[in-house]
Design a protein around this ligand. Structure first.
Ligand SMILES: [Zn+2]
Length: 231
């Protein structure tokens, strides 16, 4: 088995001999490329990768079909797409950001950038999500972070050796279970700093579906770090 990196994701490539096949066939799954070869046929994985790397990359992207968390005026909240609608001169009795069915409504005062308001709101949602998730898994986790921060970089989450955790402001845009996966993943690093046996064992105990979640997470393209773009 070999690993190649596609769009920052580690993708495993393996060969699987097949009795049923008379020609080579390639299967694409999240995090995995499987090359099925007729049994008895000799193939060298390194050679195939060297020759077909571009093809693998292109086909993999197609097969996995990435999802942009912000795509034009469509924003995902909790993994569900919503159309952004902006209204000026807000009704003071209504919240500044509101979800109504498949619409996300932003109310702006004069000269306010609605996307700035949206960013603040998503950050707030993420803050609640982190609190709720850590509370929900407190017993299983055992150790909770001393302090969590919200960050505006490209990473979903980060843990330092000193026990500080930073989470991405846009976790609330992801499907809930994937956001929870990120939150728990970083919290588990408090006890197991490296991705080694102990880490995986603890992840298994805390969140049995964590590998599936990790793969799914790669399908999502985050909102660019410089959002809302300065003009
Ligand atoms: Zn990690």
């Amino acid at each position: 088995m070999k690993t190649i990196t596609i769009d920052g994701e580690e993708v495993q490539i393996s060969i699987q001999p097949s009795n049923a096949r008379r020609t080579l066939d390639i299967e694409f799954n999240p995090g995995e490329i499987t090359i099925k070869v007729p049994r008895g046929q000799k193939v060298d994985l390194d050679t195939i990768i060297a020759k077909r790397r571009d093809l693998f990359t292109r086909k993999y992207r197609e097969a996995i079909s990435k999802i942009k968390l912000l795509d034009g005026d469509i924003i995902h909240i909790g993994g569900k797409p919503h159309k952004i609608e902006t209204r000026e001169t807000p009704n003071p009795t209504e919240p500044r950001v509101e979800i109504a069915g498949e619409t996300l409504r932003i109310q702006t005062k004069e000269k306010e950038n609605p996307l700035e308001i949206l960013k603040k709101w998503i950050t707030e949602q993420t803050r609640h999500l982190i609190q709720d998730t850590l509370q929900k898994y407190e017993e299983k986790l055992g150790t909770l972070p001393k302090k969590t921060r919200i960050q505006y970089t490209a990473k979903w989450g980060e843990c330092t050796k000193k026990g500080y955790i930073a989470y991405n402001w846009q976790l609330a845009t992801l499907p809930r279970e994937l956001a929870e996966y990120v939150i728990i993943h970083e919290a588990v690093h408090l006890q197991h700093f490296h991705h080694q046996k102990g880490f995986h064992k603890k992840m298994e105990q805390t969140l049995p579906n964590h590998r599936e979640h990790e793969k799914k997470l790669h399908r999502y393209i985050a909102i660019p770090a410089d959002f809302p773009y300065k003009k």
